[in-house]
Write a protein that binds this ligand. Structure first.
Ligand code: TTP
Ligand code: MN
Ligand code: MN
Ligand code: MN
Length: 399
């Protein structure tokens, strides 16, 4: 039996972008443990350790049956000593002592609470924790002035920490599509991120917008945002303009992993019963009493049944994070691939390109360092082909 499983193990390739990873995970008990340690590492500015745990978890996600014995892991890639110890602990004791210890540590709990605020990253949270701020009430009592994003994040803390459903994503999609069509007929909008990979919930909803005629997409984002704002759909937005075409001699060689598309990080005000149609949607957004909710953050109130919590739950809308990205049609395939995720899948694609093919992949372009030229593509399939990889559809990129 061990030989049989060894057979299966030896066919797991080492890059996540070479594997088909569906949402069906037979090893959640292990991958949850490893993901928590990855998260803890990332929150502690230890990205290298974070990636190692993410890669180990991704290998287990790609297996077709539950791991029941350490021997089954022989020959599998990406499983370092630390990850193996965690798996062993779970196999023998039902849980990893390191994971349990981390979960209960004040530091981890504080990092989770504080980075749970939209606009607060690990560095900011770390700084606050050093000052003794471990909770939202402590943050509010502190003298810290929050930036606009953080203020919105705190104000809508509970909503933004509640998973977004596919149905909510679809409703938002209809609203965004209406905005896009109103300001630029002929423009196209595609669902990206986790929902494109088939996830049933997400932490936000992501959309990519383009126009089949190159150049027509320029300046589109501010118009879309104005339309949404005029209809009362936005609680917060920050638009960043495209910085990719600013170098005179065409697209520069992609150097950073950060892309430079025109984009908008926003918080949507989603009417709770938007399913009943746009008419109701617009009525609701008009007469929502903004100030009843803006002064209290439900989580700051200790008593769950308090008046303000009840009031907040009765509000006829909920806050949802939405990301919008605009790409010129010539870069659309790269943007689509780069924004579909998962994050580890993206990271592995770039690592594969660089290490195995001497190419640089970004969300804008693919550059062949050997031939010193850009490789064009108008579909994701073509990009995988350029990279010498078997095509992996979005639903199998859940590494
Ligand atoms: P997220 O929305 O953060 O992740 P997700 O949609 O996979 O998961 P969730 O359901 O929790 O929302 O990011 C979506 C993708 O966009 C992810 O692959 C990373 C990618 N991306 C950025 O977020 N920022 C960037 O600058 C680039 C280039 C890509
Ligand atoms: Mn399976
Ligand atoms: Mn997302
Ligand atoms: Mn996103």
């Amino acid at each position: 039996q061990v030989d049989e499983s060894k057979e299966v193990e030896s066919i797991v390739p080492s890059y996540a972008c070479q594997r088909r990873t569906t949402l069906e995970n037979h090893n959640t008990v292990f991958t949850d443990a490893l993901s928590l340690l990855a998260e803890n590492a990332e929150l502690s500015d230890e990205d290298g350790r974070g990636v190692a745990f993410r890669r180990a978890a991704a290998v287990l996600k790609a297996l077709h049956s539950p791991v029941t014995d350490l021997l089954q892991l022989r020959g599998l890639p990406c499983l370092g000593g630390h990850s193996l110890r965690v798996i062993k602990d779970v196999l023998e004791n039902g849980a990893s002592s390191e994971v349990e210890f981390t979960k209960q540590s004040e530091r981890f709990k504080a990092l989770k609470v504080l980075t749970g605020i939209f606009g607060v990253g690990a560095k900011t949270a770390e700084r606050w924790i050093r000052e003794g701020i471990h909770s939202l009430p402590q943050l509010q009592d502190s003298a810290h002035t929050l930036n606009r994003a953080q203020q919105a994040g705190l104000e809508h803390y509970d909503d933004l920490n509640q998973p977004v459903t596919k149905a909510e994503g679809d409703t938002i999609g209809e609203i965004v599509a209406k905005a896009v069509m109103s300001v630029l007929p002929g423009a196209q909008m595609t669902l990206i991120g986790g929902f494109r990979r088939g996830k049933l919930t997400g932490h936000d909803v992501d959309f990519l917008i383009t126009h089949p005629e190159e150049g027509r997409e320029v300046g589109l984002m501010p118009k879309v945002v104005s339309w949404l704002e005029s209809k009362g759909f936005l609680l917060y937005q920050k638009t960043t303009r495209n910085s990719y075409l600013e170098s005179k001699d065409g697209p520069a060689r992609p150097s950073s992993n950060m892309d430079r598309f025109e984009r908008c990080f926003s918080i949507f005000k989603l009417p709770e019963d938007a399913k009943q149609g746009t008419k109701q949607t617009e009525t609701l957004t008009e007469d929502t009493p903004e100030d009843t909710c803006s002064l209290t953050t439900p989580s700051l109130v200790k008593d769950e049944g308090s008046e303000s919590t009840k009031r907040a739950n009765l509000k006829p809308w909920r806050a949802v994070r939405v990301d919008l990205v605009v790409s010129p049609i010539s870069q659309f395939a790269f943007a689509l691939l780069g924004w579909t995720g998962s994050k580890l899948f993206e990271r592995e694609l770039r690592r594969w390109a660089g290490h195995e093919k001497a190419m640089s992949l970004s969300s804008h372009a693919l550059y062949d360092n050997t031939q010193s030229k850009y490789l064009r593509a108008s579909s994701e399939e073509e990009i995988f082909a350029h990279l010498g990889l078997e095509y992996i559809p979005p639903s199998e990129r859940n590494a």
